[in-house]
Design a protein around this ligand. Structure first.
Ligand code: ZN
Length: 199
């Protein structure tokens, strides 16, 4: 039996499902919520509910958005024929920080990882392949992280796209090998984009 009252144990259990949150952090968060005002606790619950109710994935690029298609995919000032492929919606921020990129995105929501049972079918690629097949894209920049999984994903995508008339490039290894592009600083990321090579 839990040493906490049922509502507290329930919140702790839910918080522990968050990435990087262990039992100790979950307990700290739960007690913080308990001590906070009714308004603050309600605002937190509302924000979680509203997030799920109002956000969806862009049908063109899979970015998380409240309007479909998303702001990138409908932007008249962005080059809609230049597509940067990233692993997660959060990776877009790393590329945007360079301020030099004027194309659009495609979010895979993961990488190939046979050990974790993630194969090509689990990645969200069908809408990217459809865009390429329709001849809507001139260049696909593979900006997955230089990790084992990121590299495997980039080579798989390159070989899948090769039969189509589209330029395929891979970001340079200015991003330290084995690291996540999310943590690349803007100068490193800008160099990685500028130094991209054709596959
Ligand atoms: Zn989009």
């Amino acid at each position: 039996m839990s040493r906490y009252a049922e509502p507290m144990a329930r919140l702790i259990e839910e918080l522990k499902k968050l990435p990087g949150v262990g039992t100790k952090s979950a307990q700290r968060f739960a007690f913080h919520v308990l001590r906070s005002s009714d308004e603050d606790a309600a605002a937190l619950a509302d924000a979680v509910r509203a997030l799920k109710a109002s956000l969806r994935l862009c049908s063109i690029c899979n970015n998380v958005t409240d309007v479909d298609p998303c702001a990138y995919c409908t932007s008249p000032v962005r080059n809609q024929r230049l597509v940067c492929v990233v692993e997660e919606p959060t990776s877009i921020a790393s590329v945007e920080r360079t301020r030099g990129y004027q194309g659009v995105y495609h979010v895979l929501h993961g990488t190939l990882s046979p050990l974790h049972g993630v194969g090509p079918d689990q990645l969200r690629t069908h809408n990217l392949l459809a865009r390429v097949e329709r001849g809507e894209i001139d260049e696909v920049i593979l900006a997955t992280s230089p990790t084992l999984e990121g590299e495997a994903t980039a080579s798989w995508l390159a070989s899948t796209l090769r039969s189509h008339s589209v330029k395929i490039t891979r970001i340079a290894t200015g991003v330290p090998a084995g690291s996540d592009i999310e943590y690349a600083d803007e100068v490193t990321m800008a160099r990685a984009m500028e130094g991209r090579r054709e596959l």
